[in-house]
Design a protein. Sequence first.
Length: 216
Amino acid sequence: MLIRVVTTRADVPRTGEGIAFVHGEIQPAVAAMDGNTGFAMAVDHSSGRYVSIAAWTDAAALEASGHGAPGLIADLARRLHGTEPSVEVFDLVLAHVVKPVRLGYWGQLTRVEMPVQDLARATHKFQQVVLAWFERYAGLAAIILFTDRVEGVLGSILWYESLHVLRGSASRSRELRDLLVADIPTLRFVEDSELEAVIAEMNELSGVAAPPHTWN
C-alpha cells in the first residue's frame, strides 16, 4: 500500500473555512477514486499547515489518481491564499490500529532523514521499539510508519485519543529517539509536529497489520 502526503500552509484564522471545504468537496471526491483506501486531513494549528494523507492499494491506483487528489488540495490552497502544496509518496510499512482514528484525535508526526544505506536498519529498529513501547500505551489509537527508500526518509504518525494523552507520551518519545540515534548515529530528526485530525476516513487501515518489515 502507498501513501500520498500533500502539505500546504494557510493563515491560521482561515483553518475553519479550509476544513469545511475539505469535508464538503475534497474528501468525497478522493473517496470516489478507484483504489483509494482512505483519506485523512490534519491541521498543525501552530503554523496553519494542512496535512492530507491518502492511502492507495498499489502503484497503479496511485498513478490512476493522477493529479486529481493533489489538485484538490491545490484548490484548497488557492481558496485560503496559502502556499503551493508539496507532494510526497511513501511506502506504508506498518499500520498498527488499536482503534480507528476519529475526528478530534491528535497525532505526533515525526520525520527522520538518513543516508539511504541506513534506512532498512533504522526502519526495522524503529518498528520493533515503537511497538514494544507504545502498543499498549493508554489512549493510543494507531501507529503509522512509512518510508521513502529513494530519499532516505522514515516517517511516523502516532495517533492518540486527545492532546492530553499525546503530550503525556513526550518522555517516552524522547527515550525512543535517543535509543535510535545511539544505535544509528546518522539519523536526523527533522520534524516533530502535533496534528489534530479534522477528517479521518481511513478505517480500512484497521485491517492492515504488517509483520516486521523485510527488505529485498
